[in-house]
Design a protein around this ligand. Structure first.
Ligand code: RIB
Ligand code: CA
Length: 311
C-alpha cells in the first residue's frame, strides 16, 4: 500500500527534485502539494510547483497556494541562491494546469480530517508557516498526522542564511517552534545530513545521458545552484537538500541519526531560527525528533537517477 503524503514546498530547484522523486515513486501517493513563501514569493513558488507537476506529466496532482508570509515576521527570500524565478537553470513552459481554489492550509486540515487517523505524512520542504497555521487553526489534526518529515535546521553544520540558522527555520522561527513543540512524530533532515549529499559533475553527466526532459531539467537546476555553494563553501558540488526528505521515506536505511531534543530560538535576533539540538544529551529536555546526521550519498544519488530516469 503506497504511503500517503502531502508535500509542503517553496520551489526552489532542490524542492523541484524532491517533488519529481516523490512523483516517480510508486511507494508514495502524493495527495497534494501545498506551496509556501520561502525561496521566492508565493506567486512564484505556486507557479513553479505547477510547472514541476507538468514536467513530471502529472497535471492531476492538486496544487494549493498557502501562506504568503511568515506568522509574525517579514518574509525573507533567497533569490541569491535560487535565481529570480526560483527555478533558474532550466526553462519550463508556463503551466496550463491551474491552482486549486482551496487554500493550502485548508487542504491540509481537510485531508487530515477526512482521512483515517495516522495515514498521512506531511513533508515540509520550506518554512513551516503552512504547517503551523494548520495546527493553530485545527489543533485536532495533531493526533491525526502520521509523521512529519522535514528539511530544516542544522547543528554541527551551523547556519546557511546566518551564522546560527538554516534558511527554512530562520524564515519562520515561530512556526518552527510550534511544530517542534507539537508532540507530532518528527524526522528532521538538517544541513548536517544534506551537506553530505553533494552533487557531482559525474552525476550531472549521468543525468544528462538519460536523455529525458526531467533529467535534463534537474541537471540544469543543479548546475545553476551549485555555483552558490561552490563559491560559499569552496565545495565542488551542491547539497541536494530537499530530496533527502523523500529519500528517507522510501529508503530510510540510507540515513542515520539520533532521537534528541531540538528547540528553536525565537527571541534573539542574533540567533533567530537556530535549532538548538541536544545531540550529546547534556540536558534533560525530552526528545522530540529524530535528527538525521549521516547519509549514504552514493546510494542517495543512485536512487535519484533510478527514479528520475523513469519519468
Ligand atoms: O536551507 C535549505 C533549504 O532552504 C531548502 O529547503 C531550500 O529549498 C531552501 O528552502
Ligand atoms: Ca525548500
Amino acid at each position: 500500500m503506497a504511503r500517503n503524503i502531502i508535500i509542503d514546498t517553496d520551489p526552489g530547484q532542490d524542492d523541484a527534485v524532491a517533488i519529481l522523486l516523490a512523483l516517480a515513486c510508486p511507494e508514495l501517493n502524493v495527495l497534494g502539494i501545498t506551496c509556501v513563501a520561502g525561496n521566492v514569493p508565493l506567486t512564484l513558488t505556486s507557479k513553479n510547483a505547477l510547472q514541476i507537476c507538468e514536467l513530471a506529466g502529472r497535471p492531476d496532482v492538486p496544487v494549493h497556494a498557502g501562506c504568503d508570509r511568515p506568522l509574525g515576521r517579514e518574509l525573507v527570500t533567497a533569490e541569491h541562491v535560487h535565481g529570480s524565478t526560483g527555478l533558474d537553470g532550466a526553462t519550463l513552459p508556463d503551466p496550463k494546469m491551474k491552482l486549486q481554489e482551496k487554500h493550502g492550509v485548508d487542504f491540509i486540515i481537510k485531508s487530515l480530517r477526512d482521512g483515517p487517523e495516522k495515514t498521512i505524512t506531511l513533508c515540509p520542504l520550506g518554512p513551516l508557516t503552512n504547517i503551523a497555521t494548520a495546527i493553530k487553526q485545527a489543533p485536532d489534526i495533531k493526533q491525526r498526522i502520521a509523521q512529519i518529515v522535514l528539511m530544516g535546521g542544522a547543528y554541527f553544520e551551523v547556519g546557511n542564511i546566518t551564522p546560527a540558522a538554516e534558511f527554512n527555520i530562520f524564515v519562520d522561527p515561530e512556526a518552527a517552534k510550534l511544530v517542534f513543540n507539537s508532540g507530532i512524530d518528527l524526522v528532521i533532515a538538517p544541513l548536517d545530513v544534506t551537506h553530505k549529499a553533494l552533487t557531482s559533475k559525474k552525476w550531472i553527466t549521468e543525468l544528462r545521458n538519460q536523455n529525458n526532459p526531467v533529467c535534463e531539467a534537474v541537471a540544469g537546476w543543479t548546475d545553476f545552484f551549485e555555483r552558490f555553494d561552490s563559491e560559499k563553501y569552496g565545495s565542488s558540488g551542491a547539497p541536494l537538500h530537499d530530496p533527502c526528505v523523500i529519500a528517507y521515506l522510501i529508503a530510510p536505511e540510507l540515513f542515520s541519526g539520533r532521537r534528541i531534543n531540538v528547540e528553536i530560538e525565537t527571541k534573539s535576533e542574533l540567533t533567530r531560527g537556530m535549532t538548538v539540538a541536544d545531540w550529546w544529551g547534556v540536558t534533560d529536555r525530552p526528545s522530540n525528533a529524530l535528527f538525521l546526521g549521516d547519509i549514504n550519498a552514493d546510494g542517495y544519488f543512485s536512487l535519484l537517477t533510478k527514479h528520475l530516469a523513469k519519468l
